[in-house]
Design a protein around this ligand. Structure first.
Ligand SMILES: [Zn+2]
Length: 464
């Protein structure tokens, strides 16, 4: 099957009549512009490349609309998140991930980097089946058809110089060496799973260091040395001022300088948030070849602050986007919030032009996840999103300005690896093991199951 796009917006160009063909494994084999559709082609309207959610914690979606009373800050929100984490066993974790990945797909995200740290039982002991939580995430992605880069996360400490807190034991490994052993074993296991699935080429494994708060410096060194440079490596960086003050008092340098000194800032690395950086940090990150994953709707929701995205881009860092806590799952709103933050902070418009915003949501995000080039060219993944240009939001909008006018509600059909996976807010078919193709039904079931699990066990999660 070939897809024929009446209009294709890519790399700042608006192309008319574009025929895109792909191989059975989902890669583009030919692209012809200025041609009519052939019999048998599937006609699409206005199309952009599939968008990447370069930073997600799927289960945080369960807190949406439940944390907005009583004030507080990031650290208070985190306690609610730990409560949710304590009640997620492997089947429920899979159902939550499946529902949230379904929401992402219908919203125009064709790929997700799941920053996964919920490895073990709440008391830190391993689950009966090895890698069962990781396989739950992989299964969820295969069920709905989204492209998944599982970013298995090293999380070894409860803060700089502090042991894991009781609520963090489920995240931990005994040491960096243990984490590396588990990571390599997981890679083999995921390759097995992928090899047996017709959507298996959409599954890959990356790595993450939670943050300089949660991984001691010697362990960061071990992890960087123990992973091939081709493995995408993600790390939270300076989301909160407290991370900076703790790092300065323990190490005498900022988190960015610490990571740089440990060799952790390199091409293939993505730093997430980068909210509280000084000028030296910005130059270091910008010159390192690392990508910066901004999560503007989360940073706004949690009151983190507005990161120096334009300055980082000017210093040389590619900017990608992530939905992080999934209070918002909408790639268009992430693009808009990135630019809105810049405008609010600078008093200037057009800090990122619409082409740069779409590149952040598409090619920079794919590169950050190790998914290669993503410009609707031969050899790229055939991941496409059709956008409504005649809705109440988008009618009258210049095609190249759709990143600043559309929303997830304007996403029509979604194609991953050449397969139609979603159309008008519904999955193309119910995910395996489920009766409904509607993400809202999958989400309702997951929220209700988590509520039941929470009610059944009076929470014994110790407070900070
Ligand atoms: Zn995060």
């Amino acid at each position: 099957v070939s897809w024929w796009c009446s209009t294709l917006l890519v790399g700042g160009e608006v192309l008319e009549g574009v025929r895109v063909s792909h191989s059975a494994d989902g890669r583009i084999t030919s692209v012809q512009a200025g041609v009519p559709p052939r019999p048998g082609d599937v006609p699409l309207g206005t199309v952009v490349p599939g968008m990447a959610n370069a930073h997600s914690h799927a289960f945080h979606r369960m807190l949406r609309g439940r944390t907005h009373t009583g004030g507080g800050d990031f650290w208070r929100w985190r306690r609610s998140m730990y409560d949710a984490a304590a009640h997620l066993d492997p089947p429920l974790y899979r159902d939550v991930a499946r529902a949230v990945f379904a929401e992402m797909l219908v919203s125009g995200y064709t790929a997700v980097g799941e920053f996964h740290y919920l490895h073990h039982r709440p008391d830190g002991t391993p689950h009966e089946v090895e890698h069962t939580m990781e396989l739950a995430v992989a299964e969820a992605a295969l069920d709905v058809g989204i492209r998944l880069v599982l970013l298995d996360t090293a999380y070894l400490a409860g803060g700089i110089g502090r042991a894991l807190e009781p609520a963090q034991r489920a995240f931990g490994d005994a040491s960096a060496e243990h984490w590396l052993d588990r990571w390599h074993s997981l890679r083999d296991r995921l390759a097995d799973v992928a090899g047996r699935d017709d959507r298996g080429s959409r599954l890959s494994l990356g790595a993450a260091i939670h943050s300089v708060r949660a991984v001691p410096t010697d362990d960061i060194r071990v992890i960087v040395a123990g992973l091939a440079s081709s493995v995408p490596l993600h790390v939270h960086l300076s989301e909160q001022p407290r991370e900076n003050t703790d790092c300065l008092s323990a190490h005498g340098v900022t988190p960015a300088r610490l990571l740089h000194g440990l060799g952790a800032l390199r091409p293939g690395t993505s730093v997430v948030h980068a909210t509280h950086l000084d000028e030296h940090d910005i130059a270091l990150v910008g010159g390192s070849g690392a990508t910066v994953v901004m999560c503007p709707t989360t940073e706004a929701d949690l009151g983190d602050g507005i990161g120096p995205a334009r300055a980082l881009a000017d210093a040389g860092a590619p900017i990608a986007l992530g939905s992080d806590q999934n209070a918002v799952v909408d790639p268009f709103l992430e693009m808009r919030a990135l630019e809105a933050g810049e405008r609010l902070a600078s008093g200037r418009r057009g800090r990122f032009d619409p082409t740069e915003l779409l590149e952040a949501a598409t090619s920079a995000g794919y590169a950050s996840l190790g998914l290669g080039a993503h410009g609707v060219r031969v050899g790229d993944w055939c991941d496409l999103v059709e956008v409504a240009t005649g809705s109440v939001r988008t009618v009258g909008s210049a095609v190249d300005q759709l990143p600043l006018t559309a929303t997830a509600g304007d996403v029509l059909r979604v194609v991953v690896g050449g397969e139609l996976v979603a159309a008008r807010g519904r999955l193309a078919r119910p995910p395996r093991g489920s009766l409904s193709a509607r993400p809202e039904n999958l989400l309702r079931g997951a929220v209700a199951a988590l509520d039941r699990a929470t009610a059944a066990s009076a929470s014994t999660i110790p407070r900070e």
